[in-house]
Design a protein around this ligand. Sequence first.
Ligand code: 7TS
Length: 413
Amino acid sequence: MSTITADKSFDVQAIRSEFPILEREMRNKPMVFLDSAASSQKPDAVVKAMDYYYQQQHANVHRGVYQLSQEATDAYEKARHLVQGFINAPSEKEVLFVRGTTEGINLVASSYGRKFLEEGDEVIISAMEHHSNIVPWQLICEQTGAKLRVIPVTDEGELIMEEYEQMLNERTKIVAVVHVSNTLGTINPVERIIELAHAKDIPVLLDGAQAIPHLKIDVQALDVDFYTFSGHKMFGPTGIGILYGKEKWLNAMPPYQGGGEMIETVSFEKTTFNELPHKFEAGTPDIAGAVGLGAAVEYMEKIGHETIQKHEHELLVYGTEAMSKIPGIRIIGTAEEKASVISFLLDGAHPYDVGTILDQMGIAVRTGHHCTQPLMDRYGIPGTVRASFAVYNTKEDIDRLVEGVKRAAKMLG
Ligand code: 7TS
């Protein structure tokens, strides 16, 4: 079912009709889903693509000589091709299927780290990282004797670039930062971050988990060394994601996991490894997940990035203005460049209690530290209430949120 006309005129109700879950009621009220930063909902097209794969095309990939296995392999590799185009990667060899952002970062930290990190080396991250871009680096630093350095953030939620610039030195072996913050919504100046690192021949990994559903990503224009994201935050299924890596790095790095698929020859004396991308895809992959991710890519391309960004920006501006007027509210994350996330606190109220009251009104938001505990410590707060928007959200959703927050303020204030 096509809802987007050729001239790309935008009809949010038509978009919503492709997500049956959005018609559900919660607590006997029409659901308002404002937690897409945790995981987006799935359009019909994605679910149907996965259904079709399982009902008509399933066999294991890359091994059967028979037709069905070749069809499954074609479906899996077609998804890789779609992702390559989506992020403008130079080659399919550089597009690895992983479980998600978390695995993408663990792969680089472990594999790049074992090869390139030594005692006294430094890894730069930032104060606004998700735990999945902190802990893998801590683990490899412990093993290698390297040290973590952390770019601080301002009260508004922007990286302090002067401090970053001063941190870069001959001991820095990699920079790993988030493209868009899941807690603050900040869009970081990644072009500048990469430019400064490359001036000292230091590679950069970007955590694209929150950027991929909103921004057009072009890995060649960015000249980024590693870029990773999850399918489930961009209308695709859970359990699948992408690690893009420049061929020169992926070739230089040892395999992450051993097993089938990733080898060329195996003997008890010596094993040689398969070429890219298979060297990093040990075992039977999530074939249906890849197919679903491919369908999600086609879905986003059908709507178009410009349309998505325009609509979400409208929601962000509308929501920020309305929320700012609520007495006792404090918005956490007021960077100039922001994606569609509003994190906030109500005076004297615990975020959890606000979330519970909103839930009673059928409104789904996330509360807590959002897997960014060091950032919460930086602001001296226990957590936030976070509303995050996707292309299927409406101004009515935001009106309901504002009404709910006002009610919570009355009840708790
Ligand atoms: N990096 C960022 C910036 C994220 O927002 C998340 C998930 C991850 C990494 C991890 O992604 P995963 O798909 O591997 O789990 N963020 C959130 C969130 O904000 N609420 O729930 C999950």
